[in-house]
Design a protein around this ligand. Structure first.
Ligand code: 4NP
Length: 191
């Protein structure tokens, strides 16, 4: 069972746990791992690198499905990222694996459907905190909308959303103040 308590938001502790090798593992998850979670992975890489903290994090993304296993991100996602100086073209889609629930400290879903699927897939020995990206990062229990059937404007909006979330997530995982306020105290979670 994962450490997410469905009855309470997955508020990060003031200082995030690491994965035993000194790095904090963060896995971003969507349905296909070709649109939203690759953009979130790219945005979080960028946020971490901009603060010179690449050595402190292990970052990846995955899909609930294996529909696109081995594929690069959607060309529209690659294009909106490239327009802002992010190269996500080297990423390859893969499905979430049981070992991810132990290997990563945080598994962050793009929408409620992804989260439900993650809860169902979590093995008994899961230790990861599992939650919605926007809830964990910003305290907003909202989805990152799926842009797959939309156009460039929606992909660009997703990148706006996940870029902001990446900065807030990093603040919270590092226990830094946000907007002049201290990061919230950790909440108890089920085990
Ligand atoms: P993603 O978007 O979950 O953000 O990667 C989608 C990608 C592929 C499909 C649906 C959503 N699909 O149906 O193949």
């Amino acid at each position: 069972m994962s450490r997410r308590d469905p009855a309470s938001p997955a508020t990060p502790p003031a200082v995030a746990a690491d994965d035993g090798d000194g790095r904090i593992g963060v896995l971003f998850v969507c349905l296909g791992n070709i649109c939203r979670s690759p953009l979130a992975e790219g945005a979080f890489h960028h946020a971490v690198a901009a603060r010179g903290l690449g050595h402190r994090f292990r970052i990846d993304s995955a899909g609930i499905s294996d529909f696109h296993e081995g594929d690069p991100p959607d060309r529209r996602a690659i294009a909106v990222a490239a327009a802002r100086g992010l190269d996500i073209s080297g990423q390859r889609s893969r499905p979430v694996r049981p070992g991810d629930f132990v290997a990563f400290d945080w598994i962050l879903a793009m929408d409620g459907s992804n989260l439900t699927a993650l809860d169902a897939a979590a093995p008994d020995n899961a230790t990861a905190h599992v939650g919605l990206l926007l809830e964990v990062a910003e305290g907003r229990a909202k989805a990152v909308p799926d842009p797959y059937y939309d156009g460039p404007a929606e992909f660009s909006a997703v990148l706006d959303t996940v870029s902001r979330a990446a900065e807030r997530l990093l603040d919270r995982l590092l226990g830094e103040p946000q907007d002049g306020r201290a990061a919230p105290a950790p909440k108890r979670r089920s085990t």
